[in-house]
Design a protein around this ligand. Structure first.
Ligand code: F6R
Length: 242
């Protein structure tokens, strides 16, 4: 596990973007799994700028959506796909053939999960997962208590996720379930970049990085990954002992 404690969010985003680009450069057709959320938005902006400046060519990259609210897809303002479209996929002009994303409005959500797992198998593996950490320690929509070997699945959302998730929407939403890549699926990624920013995350950072490795804090399970890079800013790192 490599830990970077950046001076601020801008430095965190720049370093994570540089590492993502370098790691993706080692692959012919990298499969990248980008999380939605506030934390990776800075990284996505750096990547978009570099692509626009022709410093990076992402035309061979494939993008695999990490998760979606059940009952929503890209048509829904505030959905995971909606935010990722606006922050990353539209500005990068990613071809639709190079995107696979859960449709949380699909009638058969189990089929969505099977399709996604089959796509990953067909590609070989996820090359790089860019992840964030929830206030309750969740990864994607793998809530506390999710088993380490879980594949893509539909799960009930923790009360805290239901509450915190309101920030993505203009009006109050009922967010009861999510469809997500599983922890087992994510642990098979070649590389994991975990980005965490802000004083509000300091307590959960301490639990995830210095507490017991336990399903109670899904983020702590990532410590067993052979190629995990963690990017914190000083605020998020402030309670760490080292
Ligand atoms: C969203 C996702 C979530 C977020 C987490 C942190 O696709 O996977 O697990 O990464 O909730 O969100 P932010 O970055 O907004 O604090």
């Amino acid at each position: 596990m490599k830990l970077l404690i950046a001076d601020n969010y801008t430095a965190l985003s720049q370093q994570a973007a540089a590492d993502l680009i370098k790691l993706a450069g080692n692959e012919k057709a990298p499969l990248v799994c980008p999380a939605t959320g506030d934390t990776p938005a800075g990284l996505y902006k750096v990547l978009v700028d570099k692509v626009n400046n022709k410093e990076v060519d992402i035309s061979c990259w494939h993008f695999l959506g990490l998760d979606e609210w059940v009952g929503m897809n890209g048509e829904d303002e505030g959905s995971c796909r909606f935010h990722l479209n606006n922050q990353l996929l539209f500005p990068l002009q990613v071809a639709s053939d190079n995107i696979i994303f859960f449709d949380g409005r699909a009638n058969n959500l189990q089929e969505e999960c099977s399709k996604t797992e089959a796509f990953i198998r067909q590609q070989g593996t996820i090359d790089i997962s860019v992840l964030g950490l929830g206030m309750n320690g969740h990864i994607g929509m793998n809530e506390p208590g999710t088993a380490i070997d879980t594949r893509s699945h539909v799960g009930e959302l923790d009360a805290e996720t239901q509450k915190v998730g309101q920030k993505y929407f203009n009006t109050a939403q009922r967010l009861t379930a999510g469809i997500t890549l599983g922890l087992g699926t994510l642990m098979e990624s070649k590389h994991i970049l975990l980005l965490i920013s802000g004083a509000h995350k300091a307590a959960i950072v301490k639990k995830a990085l210095e507490g017991a490795i336990s399903e109670k804090v899904p983020g702590s399970l990532l410590r067993n990954h052979p190629s995990l890079r963690i990017y914190l800013d000083k605020e998020a790192a402030q309670l760490l002992a080292f």
